[in-house]
Design a protein around this ligand. Structure first.
Ligand code: DC
Length: 226
């Protein structure tokens, strides 16, 4: 029988490590909710771009940070994301949003707003939740039951991402990923970082199925020990 206590799983790591695929599959297998926090930062970035906000002006971004209403659907079989009622699941994956999301997500007012949203979603997940991002184990949910930090070589990450982008050039994908990771890791407010108590899983040589199995086992061990 499943444990009655909600289990909170934080999965962090850079782009292209298999975070989303792993997190969704683990949540689906274990009957948990799923939250893609990168999608929330992409959604607020999309809104800024669409509303003519200069994303390179942190004070303009900060002043607008409270305006869009972002709603995340947390079913791992079909996660959704809307901004002011508009489905933005497609538009948030464009190159334009990808190239601007690091600047927007470095603004403290944006992080405060999105972090609050993430905490309230996690608190209301009845059976528990898998939350994926960059600062979940360190800042958003420091008391998570299990923290995972996924890594992979830049080559493996670029190859996976260009596969997802249907044949995008591996070299330019690699450069763009490295640039985004550097920006995300070096920002002042809650950078991409491994929590001291996170389990690091290097996925370079692993298949997706192996990574999923590894994380499911870790969650089950945690639950059994509760
Ligand atoms: O996971 P992703 O590549 O869709 O995330 C997009 C961007 O959002 C990422 O480059 C940095 C930002 N992000 C963040 O700052 N904090 C998070 N918890 C998740 C994502």
């Amino acid at each position: 029988m499943e444990s009655a206590t909600p289990v909170i799983v934080a999965i962090d790591g850079p782009a292209g490590t298999g975070k989303s695929s792993t997190s969704k599959a683990v949540a689906a297998q274990l009957g948990l909710s799923y939250l893609d926090t990168g999608a929330q930062y992409r959604a607020i970035t999309w809104w800024m771009v669409n509303n003519g906000i200069d994303v390179d002006d942190p004070s303009a971004v900060a002043a607008a940070a409270g305006k869009p209403e972002i709603v995340s659907g947390t079913d791992p079989e079909g996660p959704t994301i809307t901004v002011d009622g508009v489905d933005v699941s497609g538009p948030i994956r464009t190159q334009e949003v990808s190239s601007k999301v690091s600047a927007v997500s470095a603004v403290p007012e944006v992080r405060a707003r999105i972090t609050e949203l993430q905490r309230s979603i996690a608190a209301s997940a009845a059976s528990g939740i898998v939350v994926e991002g960059r600062d979940i184990g360190t800042t958003v949910l420091p008391d998570a039951d299990l923290k995972i930090f996924l890594t992979a070589s830049p080559e493996a990450r670029a190859a996976r991402r260009s596969g997802e982008l249907k044949g995008a050039d591996v070299h330019s994908t690699r450069e763009a990923l490295i640039k985004r990771d550097e920006a995300d890791s070096s920002r002042k407010t809650s950078p991409l970082a491994k929590a001291d108590d996170a389990v690091e899983v290097d996925t370079t040589e692993l298949t997706l199925a192996q990574v999923i199995e590894c994380v499911v086992t870790l969650v089950e061990e945690k639950r059994a020990g509760k």
